[in-house]
Design a protein around this ligand. Sequence first.
Ligand code: GSH
Length: 338
Amino acid sequence: MKKTVIFGALTIAGLAAGAAAAGTLDDVKARGKLNCGVSTGLVGFASPDANGEWQGFDVAVCRAVAAAVLNDPSAVEFVPTTGKTRFTALASGEVDMLARNTTWTFSRDNDLKFEFVGINYYDGQGFMVPKELGVSSAKELDGATVCIQTGTTTELNLADFFRANNISYEPVPIETNAEAQQQYLAGACDVYTTDASGLAATRATFEAPGDHVVLPEIVSKEPLGPLVRHGDNEWGDIVRWTLNALISAEELGITSTNLEELAGGTNNPEVNRILGTEGTLGEMIGLDAEWAKRAIAVSGNYGEIFEKNIGEATPIGLARGLNAQWKDGGLIYSPPFR
Ligand SMILES: N[C@@H](CCC(=O)N[C@@H](CS)C(=O)NCC(=O)O)C(=O)O
């Protein structure tokens, strides 16, 4: 078992090294399409709507990058990946980036050789159980069967949590969120554990969400963000600063409603630098002056993207919490555009 794990890691690292030589920006431009790895489906984060159009908080990052680079937010091939297949998809060059509730960890950065370009959602792992079980704390789960997605940090944290609390569990390994939901609702496991945002998104699709409770314990830190391969810093910078443009836009009050007006010039120099009416920031990352303006135009700033897809007015109902702007007491903070 141990050998397989090591072999898997080496294979991914090897692929990463091979694919890293290419200039991803040139590849994307030549192809005329961004290949963006997303999940297989998690409502609010990434899922196809009734017309087969991908929608969601993570999808918005892919579209913003496509708008910045290709001047076309629809020039994206969304590649569904599971917890297990996502890293091979990125390392092999099948996708140019991943925007898929993926936790930034030491080994994904250094062993798998990826570059997390930022954090678009500060999360943590939680547990959901049917109300009728009468459980009020994760520490009462001794002997429970637990649905768990393979290839995730969730799997590792689960083992750590039960070990630290001296209780046991029986894992029911599954590969996708859809499968987890099905198994959990069918009673194949007593508990479903994943990122708390994922639990909220999953529960929102249940026929009777109120029959299920999310337990109070958050047992890990899950900083989720987009990632690219090591070795292509120019491409990493483009994805990083596209995300930062969305975040800064919210901080500076640039919205989908006033974008055009502000792009006519303002007396705030940072707004002007972002929107390309002052300075040469676009040129510095190999793009044109309006790259960030186009990224923001797709679905608005970070806050607008949050509210529309996963915010309190949606069935998923997530509060900003840690994901509020730093000025509002949260952790969302973009370095300056200068
Ligand atoms: N953040 C964790 C978990 C990521 C994960 O796979 N989460 C599940 C549940 S929220 C998911 O996205 N499922 C979507 C899918 O099955 O495609 C990690 O990076 O390992």
